[in-house]
Design a protein around this ligand. Structure first.
Ligand code: CO
Length: 300
């Protein structure tokens, strides 16, 4: 009686045996060529980026803090914004995307990479970054370990630390009845909810601190309504953005009709813009720096 191949137990096990031998020998040859590389740790700092030279200095300070906290570990940089990268390239300054930076680190034979997001919330850019990092872990010749540290606001503890950091840096001359209005970026990503959560935390400590966003919710109209309802006459405007770049200079403090300063001034609120990004606060930089310890702690 004729049996077909799949019904023959002997042929099946023989095939399994031969296939196993084949893969084992392939595996052996790979390890014979790809001798285990010595551990080489690296840190990749990833920011949205900025084309404002003054704001770029902020990144230099962050790098100094990272170096001091994790001596001897090489640091590389990447900007997630392709618009900023293209703008800088035209001016002769070449910044890498996270993907290009990681490819270069692979070429430099780093084995363990801690990618640290210098973003504020875990929005689209952060999640894209994680996807790319994971892809590099799967790649042939890729890193043995690659982990991504939380952005500024990752945990409840971060929320409290950020609130304390900002409150410590409120302009001294601000009086209790005057408002502090922070400008966040905002995103269609669900993590946009962090801004309202932050405002809740602030208002537990100081009911005249508000956070609005340029591109998400709450918007400036929501904030204006809150200020008017509380009959606030004066407000300090501060970026809740890592660098006081384009959004802070133009959308917050600019003279155009739709800037926050113009909108609030029209509503009878005297505005005092303060062009200082959150990355200029030592206490904020410390949070990002501390987050790198997460990935590095897994590299053994
Ligand atoms: Co923007």
């Amino acid at each position: 009686m004729k049996r077909n191949f799949s019904e023959n137990p002997f042929l099946l096990s023989l095939t399994f045996f031969l296939v196993s031998i084949f893969f084992l020998s392939v595996a052996a040859s790979v390890s014979a060529h790809g001798e285990k590389k010595p551990m080489k740790k690296g840190i990749l700092l990833v920011a949205f980026g900025t084309s404002v030279p003054e704001a770029q200095k902020v990144f230099v300070n962050i790098e100094k803090s990272v170096k001091a906290a994790y001596p001897g570990i090489p640091i590389r940089w990447a900007y997630t914004s392709s618009i900023i990268r293209k703008k800088l390239a035209k001016e002769g300054q070449h910044l890498d995307s996270p993907e290009v930076a990681l490819a270069k680190m692979m070429e430099e034979e780093f084995t363990h990479v801690a990618v640290q997001s210098l973003h504020t919330i875990a929005g689209e850019e952060f999640h894209d970054l994680r996807r790319s990092a994971h892809a590099f872990a799967d790649m042939a010749g890729g890193f043995q370990r690659i982990l991504v540290g939380y952005p500024l606001l990752g945990t409840e503890e971060d929320l409290n630390r950020v609130v304390d950091a900002i409150m410590k840096n409120i302009p001294k001359e601000r009086k209790e009845e005057e408002a502090l209005v922070l400008m966040g970026h905002g995103t269609p990503h669900p993590s946009n909810a962090f801004y309202a959560a932050m405002m809740f935390h602030f208002q537990q400590k100081d009911p005249n601190i508000f956070i609005g966003t340029v591109e998400g919710s709450p918007g400036i109209d929501d904030i204006m309504a809150m200020l008017v309802k509380k009959k606030i006459k004066k407000a300090y405007l501060l970026p809740f953005l890592s660098v006081a770049g384009d959004h802070a200079i133009n959308d917050m403090a600019g003279n155009e009709e739709d800037s926050w300063k113009s909108i609030l001034t029209k509503a009878g609120i005297h505005c005092v813009p303060v062009l200082k990004g959150t990355a200029e606060y030592k206490e904020i930089v410390d949070i990002w720096v501390d987050h790198i310890a997460g990935p590095l702690g897994h590299f053994k």
